[in-house]
Design a protein around this ligand. Structure first.
Ligand code: RB5
Length: 144
């Protein structure tokens, strides 16, 4: 699978570890994040990843910042993005099963790396349940 990943300065270390992990599993990973811990503005990176997912350049995305909220708020401004924040494996499963999140967002300053890795694995292995969850997803776009 071709996966995009982005991060701000708070997510550099976990991003680099996740890239290695995903590549070791045979995935192609495109890095839309920063690679230094110099302070940067998360929307720059969130928009890059969102545009790549929306255009089909990558199939799915992973985004990391300190709390995850800056990335999630920015990503979800894009019509083609369903970005879901997860801080545990059960939420990582449900964000795919119920919300069909095409971008997984991780709060790098609030979870360990092993947890981040476990959430990514769970999200990637889980299938969207469809049915009533598809109906709810279809109701998300705001027409106003
Ligand atoms: C950076 O200090 C921090 O604000 C950012 O990583 C993120 O948590 C924003 O939502």
């Amino acid at each position: 699978m071709k996966i995009g990943i982005c991060n701000d300065h708070a997510g550099v270390e976990y991003k680099q570890k996740l890239v290695k992990y995903l590549q070791s599993k045979g995935h192609e990973v495109v890095n839309y994040g920063t690679d230094t811990e110099d302070s940067v503005d998360y929307p720059v990176y969130a928009h890059r990843l969102a545009e790549a997912v929306e255009s089909g350049e990558v199939e799915k995305g992973i985004a990391l910042c300190g709390t995850g909220n800056g990335m999630a708020i920015t990503l979800n401004k894009h019509r083609g993005i369903r970005a879901g924040l997860a801080w545990g494996t059960q939420i990582g499963r449900l964000v795919k099963e119920h919300n069909n999140a095409n971008v997984l967002v991780l709060p790098a300053r609030f979870i360990s790396y092993p947890m981040a890795n476990a959430i990514v694995r769970t999200w990637m292995e889980t299938e969207f349940a469809g049915g009533r969850h598809q109906r709810r997803i279809d109701m998300i776009p705001c027409s106003k």
